[in-house]
Ligand binder design. Structure first.
Ligand SMILES: [Zn+2]
Length: 81
């Protein structure tokens, strides 16, 4: 049941311009994930991923009016220290 609350990402989204900059060695970032500055949020039609660095669309998913099942819970790990 908590499976969906773990990191299930198989294919990371990235901005193509950020990818080009990172792969050409223009940055000091250790990974493309670190270099990326992505905003993720709901829009009138669905969900959009936006590159803050380049101010361009990375991905915009159109839900086509469907109300999709969404889980906003998060798993927190507690320690007894
Ligand atoms: Zn970018």
């Amino acid at each position: 049941m908590s499976f969906n609350l773990k990191n299930n990402i198989k294919d990371f989204l990235c901005c193509s311009k950020c990818q080009i900059e990172f792969e050409s060695g223009m940055t000091d970032s250790e990974s493309l994930q670190e270099y990326s500055k992505l905003d993720v949020g709901f829009t009138d039609i669905g969900l959009q991923v936006w590159c803050r660095r380049h101010e361009i669309n990375v991905c915009h998913i159109d839900f086509e009016g469907n109300e999709l099942e969404t889980d906003f819970r998060c798993l927190l790990e507690y320690s007894n220290n």
